[in-house]
Ligand binder design. Structure first.
Ligand code: ZN
Length: 301
């Protein structure tokens, strides 16, 4: 086993490569794709630390901060061109700043058997932790998804079916399963949120046969298959409806429940924003600024 730290390119996409004691699958772990989601970044560092001295087979490639300009700006997006690296794939070395950021990531992803992308709520967002899996019609990968779901490794699991041309479908063509992990919110990187990310990474490694221990739980996961976004209708003031505890225990949201109130800047006009469906609140906006197009709440169902 050896540990090497190397700068990949002029965009300073620093990758940590760990080789296991025996040949096996390759797992790519990324974080900081959204530059203000810190629990994932802390977890990427922790996974690198633990597996530098722990036995496993195959190869771990860990990129703790993909969006370095966003990290330095404390924002999800890349401030240089205003784009979100997570929305662009496979990038372009001759493209915009964000396309150039993503471009060196693509070869790592295409060479991997699985890409685990660690996310959470942004500085402005609350979040209920969940694992986001993508069904692509690829038999081996879809059966691995079934295995992960039946192991109940997360309280909430979103299993989306992906259309051709999506990032997950492009990756599947190259034999890479795409998994997004969501844990932590509001700029926090508490132990519980970081450990959840680490445990999910171990569960993925277990499903790939990279480590021996099987990771499963007896608590049945809430499995969702779709996501619906409630979008800010205009610029103005956002007032979130009180979240009654135990929101983090997964209290579902019902159709027509009030999510919050959208107001004009002078508060002369206000209207309640309600949920279009019943489901699970996945993440939601908690801060005051409302910008047209903001996700006010993402609901899994
Ligand atoms: Zn994110």
């Amino acid at each position: 086993m050896f540990l090497s730290l190397f700068a990949k390119n002029p965009q300073k996409l620093d990758a940590i490569e760990l080789l296991g004691h025996a040949p096996g699958k390759t797992l790519l772990v990324t974080a900081g794709m959204d530059g203000d989601e810190y629990a994932g970044i802390a977890a990427a560092h922790e996974i690198a630390r633990r597996f530098s001295s722990r036995s496993f087979s195959g190869k771990l490639v860990i990129i703790p901060i993909v969006n370095m300009p966003g990290f330095m700006n404390e924002s999800s997006h890349n401030p240089i061109d205003g784009k979100f690296p997570k929305m662009l794939f496979p990038g372009n070395v001759n493209g915009s700043s964000t396309e150039q950021l993503v471009a060196p990531l693509a070869p790592h992803a295409f060479a991997a058997d699985c890409w685990l992308d660690l996310h959470g709520g942004a500085i402005t967002e609350g979040l209920n932790p969940f694992l986001w899996l993508h069904r692509t019609g690829h038999r081996e990968m879809d059966s691995r998804i079934d295995q992960i779901v039946s192991a109940n490794i997360a309280d909430r699991i979103l299993v989306e079916s992906c259309q051709m041309g999506t990032k997950a479908a492009q990756l599947a063509k190259h034999g890479c399963m795409y998994v997004v992990a969501e844990s932590g919110s509001r700029g926090n990187r508490g132990v519980v949120d970081v450990e959840r990310h680490v445990r999910w990474a171990e569960a993925i490694m277990s499903s790939l046969g990279m480590i021996d221990e099987s990771i499963s739980r007896n608590i049945a996961a809430i499995v969702m298959n779709h996501i619906r976004y409630v979008i800010a209708p205009h610029d103005g003031i956002w007032t979130q409806a009180p979240l009654n505890p135990p929101i983090n225990g997964g209290r579902p949201i019902a159709k027509d429940d009030v999510i919050g109130v959208a107001s004009s800047f002078g508060l002369s006009r206000s209207r309640a924003i309600t949920s279009p469906i019943s489901g699970q609140r996945l993440w939601w906006k908690e801060t005051m600024r409302m910008k047209k197009g903001d996700v006010l709440c993402a609901i899994g169902y």
